[in-house]
Design a protein around this ligand. Structure first.
Ligand code: ZN
Length: 105
């Protein structure tokens, strides 16, 4: 049996983490010489990398939000394409998956 409550907590924690990350990225993009972010900026090698990181974070936030909506509606864990249940292992690896492995491939 799928432990939706546990997944929901994971998703909420991840959402918070991503929100903070996006916030930090935006700060850094506004002030590139921010000393707190010096190390990070070196790793990221410039604003372009930060922007793409921000985009992918925002994308993940969207996916998590819609997964949380599906949890609220009770349709979480169903493949949006074929309606079959998504395997628990897949959801554990990718909690905001919307399709089963067959439909995803
Ligand atoms: Zn499917």
């Amino acid at each position: 049996m799928l432990d939706v409550e546990r997944i929901k907590k994971q998703l909420e924690a991840r959402l918070e983490e991503l929100g903070e990350r996006v916030h930090d990225i935006e700060d850094d993009l506004r002030s590139p010489s921010n000393p707190d972010f010096a190390e990070y900026a070196t790793e990221a090698e410039g604003d372009e990398v930060l922007q793409s990181l921000e985009r992918s974070s925002l994308q993940e936030i969207e996916q998590i939000r819609s997964a949380l909506e599906r949890i609220a509606e009770g349709s979480y864990g169903e493949c949006v394409t074929c309606g079959e249940p998504i395997r628990e292992k897949r959801l554990e690896a990718l909690p905001y998956a919307t399709t089963c492995i067959k439909c995803a491939s």
